[in-house]
Design a protein. Structure first.
Length: 315
């Protein structure tokens, strides 16, 4: 199951765990990497020293490659960018901005830089900036979303850039991975499926809400503010969408969701918290270890496309 991405990152399987805020901490990242994928620590808006501690904690659990996802709008982004170099992290994925001003520092340190994009234009811009690969994320994903679907976005990004593309959004089993390969991707990034794994330090209420979700249970809030977010429907999304429809000001809407993800992930408040999840939640109905999940994904993918020789052989 070797591709450009597995060789670039030194991993066994072309499966990457999303750098989800409040979810992607060292236990999950290490477990995914230990199972042969690439685990990511989600820096989100956390201070640099918290990220440093997470990196060191992950190293105690695995000697396999793992990375850090950095949200470039974070007030601590510059400090986290330096910590990535100081701690010898070899892979960084980026979102919510351009990594351009950190690229030289990361490149000199041998860090592989993989921005997450939701459009062809941004993919091209990231390639020009020196990105090693691109995550093309469709609007089926959980959390902050763009407009294009994975099915339409991935092949267009593949055609537009010369660096390898990783597909994300709406992928939850081997069928999704096989489809991503058919679209030209060299790996997949998955979030929702990893949220419910045993190693994920997520409140069981959050996991159960995903496990019980159907195909129509997600809602996108914040379209009117320019910051759309996909989450499972609950009291919060119902109230938010009603307020949006009534033309509530941005400040009121922002206040209502402030700290909402932490409330759901840590406190287990799945009624008024923000239970971010992709549309694939309806397909995620079993809780298992990261090792078991990745092996299941590999078996399913191999059964579908292994015989078609779509994997690349080492030259």
């Amino acid at each position: 199951m070797q591709t450009e991405i597995t060789r670039l990152l030194g991993i066994k399987y072309p499966i990457i765990q999303g750098g989800m805020a409040w979810v992607a901490e060292h236990h999950l990242a290490a477990a995914v990497s230990e199972a042969g994928g690439l685990g990511l620590i989600g820096a989100a808006s956390a201070p640099a020293e918290w990220v440093r501690e997470q990196i060191r904690a992950a190293r105690k659990l695995t000697d396999k490659p793992f990375g850090v996802n950095i949200m470039l709008m974070s007030p601590y982004a510059a400090d986290v960018a330096k910590v990535i170099v100081e701690e010898g992290v070899q892979v960084v994925t980026t979102g919510a901005g351009s990594p351009g001003k950190y690229m030289e520092m990361w490149k000199e340190a041998g860090v592989k830089v993989i921005p997450v994009v939701a459009s062809v234009a941004l993919a091209k811009r990231m390639e020009r900036a020196g990105a090693d690969a691109i995550v093309a994320e469709g609007c089926e994903s959980g959390g902050h979303v763009g407009e294009s679907t994975t099915m339409t976005l991935v092949p267009q990004v593949v055609d537009a850039v010369d660096i390898p593309v990783i597909a994300a959004g709406g992928i939850g089993d081997g069928r999704g991975i096989a489809a991503a390969f058919m679209l030209g991707a060299k790996a997949v990034q998955m979030g929702t499926a990893f949220v419910v794994t045993e190693e994920a330090q997520v409140h069981q209420n959050y996991k159960d809400k995903i496990l019980k979700a159907s195909d129509i249970d997600t809602r996108v809030t914040g379209r009117t503010t320019g910051h759309p977010v996909r989450a499972l429907r609950n009291e919060m999304t119902k109230k938010y969408l009603k307020m949006e429809q009534e033309g509530a000001p941005f400040e009121e809407l922002e206040l209502m969701t402030l700290g909402g993800l932490r409330k759901a992930v840590v406190d287990g408040d799945v009624k008024t918290g923000s239970v971010m999840s992709g549309q694939i939640a309806g397909l995620v109905n079993e809780q298992m270890s990261c090792q078991a999940l990745i092996q299941k994904l590999v078996r399913e993918t191999d059964a579908l496309i292994g015989t078609l020789n779509l994997y690349e052989t080492e030259v």
